[in-house]
Design a protein around this ligand. Structure first.
Ligand code: GRF
Length: 217
């Protein structure tokens, strides 16, 4: 029998992306085992969601470590013990150091609520509105040594409406995040993702096109 593909999800906040992964795993659509959920934030909703789903959780509080490197070493230890194939960052508000990247080369992915390379960093929904962009969206990408710069696996486009606030835009972007993150994980679990330089090749993909969504009103 094929060895199950084991993922860990790292989250600092509410964990709606984690929930979308749990939901798809539970319906059998996503051929993975969620081996571990880690948060740096003891109050993270993501920890509660994982516990409710019967998934092992760990709180590794960055405040308990003198440097980013020390913190990352603790993450690597936990992730290696859990024998994970893929590290999924889902609203994980810490910068990843080379210690993690070396331990999991091309095995760490992130979701960002904008169409990279536009609007990397934080508060990006407001930035996209203030810039006057007509479209934003979300991006799943491999994590590399810089912030929000790694090779892009999948994106979804979301129109920016005249009446949008950062909150309403974030909400519509999140709906798409919940669709494309499980999709990217499925491709990786099925071994269909390869890299050609910074281009990501998905073999036998039927659904990586037409990710443009319609305005809801
Ligand atoms: C998402 O918008 C994600 O793109 C960003 O952080 C947010 C996390 O939301 N990296 P949630 O905790 O998954 O609800």
């Amino acid at each position: 029998m094929k060895k199950p593909y084991r993922i860990a999800v790292l989250a600092s906040g509410g964990g709606t992306n984690l929930q979308s992964i749990i939901d798809q795993q539970q319906t059998g659509e996503l051929p993975i085992t969620i081996a571990l959920v880690i948060s740096n934030n003891p109050g993270a909703g993501a920890l509660e969601r994982a516990q409710q789903a019967g998934i092992s959780t760990l709180c590794i509080n960055h405040r308990d470590y003198p440097t980013r490197e020390n913190f990352d070493r603790a993450l690597v230890n936990a992730l290696q013990q859990a024998e994970v194939d893929l590290v999924v960052l889902a609203g994980f508000m810490r910068i990843i150091t080379p210690i993690m990247l070396t331990a999991f080369p091309q095995r760490i992915i992130n979701i960002h609520p904008a169409l990279l390379p536009s609007f990397p960093g934080l508060n990006v929904q407001q930035q996209a509105i203030d810039y006057g962009a007509r479209f934003s969206g979300c991006t799943v990408h491999f994590v590399d040594a810089d912030v929000d710069t790694g090779p892009i696996i999948i994106q979804a486009v979301v129109p920016i409406l005249a009446e949008d606030s950062a909150a309403t835009l974030a909400e519509r972007i999140l709906e798409q995040e919940h669709r494309i993150y499980p999709q990217a994980i499925q491709w990786l679990a099925e071994g269909r993702v390869t890299l050609d330089g910074r281009k990501v090749i998905i073999t036998d993909s039927r659904s990586c096109v037409n990710t443009l969504t319609n305005p809801t009103h």
